[in-house]
Design a protein around this ligand. Structure first.
Ligand code: NDP
Length: 451
């Protein structure tokens, strides 16, 4: 065999796996045909957060008057922002490649496909490997309606030549609510069109309600319970989006944030005997092994919990297990996550609805105006919530909507994963004055739920 390990895909999962395996002394090759660092670095988490931050500066300029500053906000320069973002992404891109190089991995800037269970065709060259890792990630999808090709997906949003004046976003998952906040904060009129009564299906109900209210107070027009029917060209470069209700929205841009699909086509998986699920994900067991015991899959291509830190953790654990003599598995329980909406949402553990199905729980909820906004006058409230198992006192879930929620939730994630009880939270002294201290000072139960 030419290599001990061949990794297909240079995103968060693949790069980490290749780098750590090479560090353990394995002969590693990795192939990537688009951009090193994958979705997260190039057209996902990283540039998205920079765009969110661009919006925050605008809001701070508006809010500064409440603190005695007179700041006159000029127009926002989208082209300058995208150029600055591209410089940073270019730097990160090169860093990822260099990390692999330094670790001693053989790098192929080419598309790789499986010819048989041990042979990979990489840009026309045939190589063989003892073990293979599929880390090809996923891609955004449009729903199947007439005129869908007239809309964009998140990949395109990072390279728009101009900032649109009006945007219609379809869906209300992570990507939809994040981009609704970005476009609104940068001055666009935003319509958010979704089929559920509230955004972020699957998240805690109180959090979803508070988010809908926050999106509304940011000036985003919410269209719950709506199904898009078709898109047509309208005037010069505009679009007309018709909804099943008969209502139509005229807009500059229609943005499909309607989910992502695993990237498993044209990979030759069928030549290697690797089974895929009905939705096209690579099926894996708890050791990340596919239907072929020497072929593994990690990250979004497995479509379980599609988050970058999960993908990198899987890549690292797999490399340690295969080549580092440190077999270990990644738990997908109590994984903290954040949605970088404006303001952001962050959560760890169970929602009230999930917890209540398992047994009786005590619910603690608090809503308050963050200190900053007592002077700015901005209508923005934070929400914090704890779900506590009644018999044991264990905190089963922590949820927050509000500024700094992702920063706060990272620490709470440790406590919840360690099995901390409400009593542990209560005896922790708060840091004053912060929003975070609310998590250790919620003394009065709001209600009970569950059996
Ligand atoms: P999500 O799966 O989160 O949301 C998809 C949205 O599209 C939902 O609102 C869904 O509605 C809607 N939808 C799907 N099919 C249809 C349809 N046929 N008609 C109408 N609406 C439809 O996908 P995203 O694209 O937002 O993000 C993909 C994943 O990427 C996330 O789940 C997350 O794992 C990851 N991600 C993580 C981020 C982070 O960590 N901050 C940021 C961005 C992405 P419904 O709810 O009714 O099904």
């Amino acid at each position: 065999m030419d290599f001990d390990l061949f990794v297909i895909g240079g995103g968060s999962a693949g790069v980490r796996c290749a780098r750590i395996a090479a560090g353990h002394g394995a002969r590693v090759a990795i192939a990537e045909d688009r951009f090193w660092g994958g979705t997260c670095v190039n057209i996902g988490c990283v540039p998205k957060k920079l765009l969110v931050q661009a919006g925050e500066y605008g809001a701070w300029a508006d809010d500064a008057a409440g603190f005695g500053w007179s700041i006159r906000k000029g127009p926002h320069d989208w082209t300058a922002l995208i150029a600055a973002k591209d410089r940073e992404i270019g730097r990160l891109n090169a860093t990822y490649r260099r990390l692999l190089d330094t670790a001693g991995a053989t790098i192929f800037d080419a598309r790789a496909k499986l010819d048989d269970p041990h042979t990979i065709d990489v840009g026309g060259t045939k190589v063989t490997a003892e073990r293979i890792v599929i880390a090809t990630g996923g891609h955004p999808t449009r729903i199947d309606i007439p005129g869908a090709e007239l809309g964009i997906v998140s990949d395109d949003a990072f390279y728009l030549p101009h900032m649109p004046k009006r945007v219609a976003i379809l869906g209300s998952g992570y990507i939809a609510v994040e981009f609704a906040g970005i476009f609104a904060a940068l001055g666009a009129e935003v319509d958010l069109i979704y089929r559920q009564p509230l955004p972020l299906r699957g998240f805690d109900h109180d959090l979803r309600e508070a988010l809908a209210e926050a999106l509304g107070s940011n000036g985003i027009a919410l269209h719950p319970g709506c199904t898009p029917e078709r898109i047509e060209p309208h005037g010069t470069n505009r679009r007309r989006l018709s909804l099943a209700s008969g209502h139509a929205i005229e807009t500059d841009l229609v943005f499909f944030a309607t989910g992502r699909r695993p990237a498993t086509t044209n990979l030759g998986l069928e030549h290697a005997g690797v089974t895929i699920t009905p939705i096209g994900a690579v099926a894996v067991d708890e050791h990340l092994r596919t239907s072929q015991p020497h072929i593994f899959a990690i990250g979004d291509v497995t479509d379980r919990l599609n988050l970058t830190p999960v993908a990198t953790a899987e890549g690292h654990a797999l490399a340690d297990s295969l080549f580092g003599n440190k077999p270990r598995r990644i738990s997908l329980e109590n994984v903290p996550t954040a949605v970088f909406s404006t303001p952001p949402v962050a959560t760890v553990g169970l929602s009230e609805e999930q917890a209540a199905k398992k047994g009786p729980v005590d619910i603690y909820v608090t809503r308050f105006t963050p200190m900053r906004h007592t002077l700015t006058g901005r209508a923005r409230k934070s929400l914090m919530k704890l779900i506590v198992d009644q018999p044991t006192g264990r905190v089963l879930g922590a949820h927050m909507l509000g500024e700094d929620a992702p920063e706060i939730m990272q620490g709470l994630g440790i406590a919840v994963a360690m099995g901390a009880t409400k009593a542990d939270f209560d005896r922790t002294i708060g840091i004053h004055p912060t929003a975070a201290e609310e998590f250790v000072t919620m003394r009065t139960r709001t209600r009970t739920a569950g059996a």
